[in-house]
Ligand binder design. Structure first.
Ligand SMILES: NC(=O)c1ccc[n+]([C@@H]2O[C@H](COP(=O)([O-])OP(=O)(O)OC[C@H]3O[C@@H](n4cnc5c(N)ncnc54)[C@H](O)[C@@H]3O)[C@@H](O)[C@H]2O)c1
Length: 265
């Protein structure tokens, strides 16, 4: 049982009671699990995704647990739409306590294999969109006295992969950018941390699976490479999201939180 699910059994444990949170790329995988965990812990969550139907499904699933949430379609590479979504959230709910800027992109290949537009898309989604999201949120957070901004990087943001130049470069860049923002905004009580998961079994790994030569080869790679010998679950990552979002981490900023079964060791 993970903390992400416990509120179902322990209704008094509400780490984010009455907080307002917004998550991007929240229709699937880690973003979805984190959004659901925050909602179960008392936050009103604005669940956004490029695929509006997936975001709406998350809200439907929360509804079956008796938990209210809001969904919206949002492409994080659309600067104006991203800023408008954050402004509208504050207009509607009066504040924004947690921003989890999560959507990201992985393209495999080395220097000669990655097309220029693949590098550009990686930069736009894995770095620039987080810059725009954070930029849109900080004014609101400063005015209300603080907040927590969680930006999804990867353990590829603190170690080097093989033949993943666009991904490793942009995921390192976002760790650097987040640390800089943490230093600049600590005085405003706005905390910035990066989430650095390892292998989590979501649709995100489809490209890597192809690169590895199929599911069986990927499974054997995970069993061999990860010291714990297995994938992490989305709920295990959601627990770290709860930790970074809530008052459990009030003295933590500029941190790259690695959750990867020991892969980085
Ligand atoms: N799953 C892993 O093993 C793993 C490991 C490390 C880091 N990550 C990071 O987590 C993030 C996503 O992983 P996941 O496992 O949750 O993937 P996922 O495929 O389960 O979900 C990604 C979601 O993002 C949405 N999305 C895609 N482009 C978007 C855009 N332009 N704007 C808004 N939403 C968009 C998709 O519709 C999808 O619902 C990425 O930043 C990735 O680098 C994942």
């Amino acid at each position: 049982m993970t903390l992400a699910q416990t509120s179902k059994n322990l209704p008094t444990l509400h780490l984010l009671q009455d907080k307002i949170a917004l998550v991007t790329g929240a229709g699937s995988g880690i973003g979805r699990a984190g959004a659901m965990a925050m909602a179960r812990h008392g936050a009103h969550v604005v669940v956004t995704d490029l695929d509006q139907k997936k975001a709406a499904q998350v809200v439907e699933d929360l509804k079956t647990e008796g938990i209210p949430a809001t969904s919206a379609g949002l492409d994080v590479t659309d600067d104006q739409a991203l800023k408008a979504m954050i402004d509208t959230t504050v207009d509607t709910y009066g504040r924004l306590d947690v921003l989890h800027s999560h959507a990201g992109y992985q393209i495999e290949g080395n220097l000669e294999q990655v097309p220029l537009d693949g590098m550009e898309l990686s930069w736009n989604l894995n770095v620039r969109a987080h810059f725009v999201a954070a930029r849109s949120a900080v004014g609101h957070m400063r005015a209300q006295g603080g907040g927590s901004i969680i930006i999804t990087s990867s353990n590829s943001g603190v170690q080097y992969d093989r033949e993943m130049i666009a991904y490793a470069t942009t995921k390192h860049a976002v760790v650097a950018m987040t640390r800089q923002m943490a230093a600049d905004y600590a005085k405003d009580n706005i905390r910035f941390n990066t989430l650095c998961p390892g292998f989590i079994d979501t649709p995100f790994n489809a490209g890597f699976e192809t690169q590895m030569g199929g599911r069986e080869k990927l499974e054997s790679y995970v069993a061999r490479t990860i010291p714990m010998g297995r994938w992490g679950t989305t709920d295990e990552i959601a627990d770290s999201i709860l930790f970074l979002a809530s008052d459990m981490s009030t003295f933590m900023t500029g941190h790259a939180l690695v959750i990867d079964g020991g892969e980085c060791i």
